[in-house]
Design a protein around this ligand. Sequence first.
Ligand code: FES
Ligand SMILES: [Fe+2]
Length: 333
Amino acid sequence: MSATPVHFSDTERAALGAFWHPVAYVSELGDAPCRVTLLDVDLVLWQHAGALSVAHDQCPHRGSRLSTGWVAEGQLVCPYHGLHFDGQGRCTRVPAQDPQTPISARLQLNTVLCVERYGLVWVCLSGTPRLPLPEWTALERADYQQYASHADWQVSAGRHVENFNDIAHFAWAHAGTFGAREQPLLLPERIEETPLGLRRTTRVAQAERDTFTDAAIVTEADYRYEFTYPFASSLRIAYPSLGTEWIYSAASPVGPAQTRIFILKARDYGQDEPLADWIAFQDAINEEDRRVVEQQRPRAIALDPAAEGHIVADAWSLAFRRRWASFGVNGPL
Ligand code: FES
Ligand SMILES: [Fe+2]
């Protein structure tokens, strides 16, 4: 069993860097520059006059970290010699020299393509995204109750994505929340390849525990999964009596075994119920997942199908793994 590498290879970084990845919530950004890491690459995010810019977090002068600087009058200021940069990454001011002196063209920031959507900042390191952003339409419904959170897991993005899209673990890893240990058998299912990823619909047994007797009341819900490469998952759950809930998750690969997970949820019922209960229930489910997934070894997926054993319920995971070769990614993922 090979250990997961500490860093992405240049080939893998280039291949994964050709997709959109979320790196932060817009609401997390303040007046100061903010540092994030994507695919081992440190980036600086800063806001200026209502716009947002992203660049490699390294000053082109002497390599200082720009994210430890500040923003003044819409310019990003390096904390070492005070060079100023505008939203396009152009150096506009070198305080130590006469303003009439031409500024070297080498003092240009290495800017990165970015876009804001669903309250998230998405970046594409290559500048030419291979696929569009996922369509997460329920987040555009002002009449739905919604919330967004994030979590950091010590696993690869691929391990997280496979966990999110795996159903066979519900009865076991989620027996403490909604999993129906009494009904672990899954229905046969068909995985549909789409231009952006994978889709499937199925019916899933869920359990609710009676508060007094702890007896399980098993019900069924319709699940529709819609996945967009590289790591954006969406799940729509239609509960027979309650209504519909959407869970969106985008895994951002910080490093080969370090992932920031952005979770955004919406529901068309329970608007009057406290948001805190809904969040707490999802947090409990996420924690059940994290406890298992962070213990998986290796921490990243080896894409070779012979690397692990498989069960019938792994059809989604095998389809997910298959397409990576066409994107130039051979793992670990
Ligand atoms: S290192 Fe940034 S201004 Fe000198
Ligand atoms: Fe789970």
